[in-house]
Design a protein around this ligand. Structure first.
Ligand code: PRP
Length: 177
């Protein structure tokens, strides 16, 4: 059930529509190529499951786990690869799939790590982009929605492991935490 205190930012219908648009763009950009999708756990799992089913491409799907906010609202700023890929990405086209890019530090660390493995290309697709808090200069090639500097939950995003299953995307009021 959706707690009354959450403020709806994007409905499940809006998200579904935007994901279809993004998938169309990605399918056109990678037409005829095999794409390695790298999901960043945990938050990516809802968005990733939705977008791969709309991609008209030959895909390999793998996951990494980088860092965790836990019960704290601020990123630690330190990222460690807790779970690595099982896929060799040398010479492959890689698309990183994120639920949100916030400070960009998780992504910057991950891209640096993946580039060491000599992929043919690395691009990023994120459901949400929070430009206001960016600290690391990272390019997000495919963005679902831009969001302001508010704490967002739903569609894979959590606060203290809650709300990941909400079908829409919601802002968490400041007084909640
Ligand atoms: C979130 C999100 C990104 C990262 C973005 O993950 O999924 O991976 O934070 O933050 P940044 O741009 O400031 O680095 P989180 O650490 O909350 O873990 P989770 O995906 O398991 O919820």
């Amino acid at each position: 059930m959706t707690p009354d205190t959450l403020q709806l930012l994007f409905s499940d219908k809006q998200i579904e529509q935007r994901i279809r648009e993004l998938a169309g763009q990605i399918s056109a950009d990678y037409h005829g190529r095999h794409l390695v999708i790298v999901g960043v756990l945990k938050g990516c799992f809802v968005f990733l499951a939705d977008i791969i089913r709309s991609l008209d491409l030959d895909l390999t799907i793998d996951f990494v786990k980088v860092a965790s906010y836990g019960a704290c609202r601020e990123s630690s700023g330190v990222s460690t690869l807790e779970k690595d890929l099982g896929t060799d990405i040398r010479g492959r086209d890689v698309l990183i799939v994120e639920d949100i890019v916030d400070t960009g530090e998780t992504l910057a660390h991950l891209i640096e790590e993946l580039q060491k493995r000599s992929p043919s290309s690395v691009r990023v697709c994120a459901l949400l982009n929070k430009q206001a808090r960016r600290r690391a200069a990272v390019a997000v090639d495919y963005v679902g929605f831009e969001v302001d500097d508010v704490f967002v939950v739903g569609c894979g995003l959590d606060f203290d492991e809650r709300y990941r299953g909400l079908p829409g995307i919601y802002a968490l009021p400041d007084e909640t935490v």
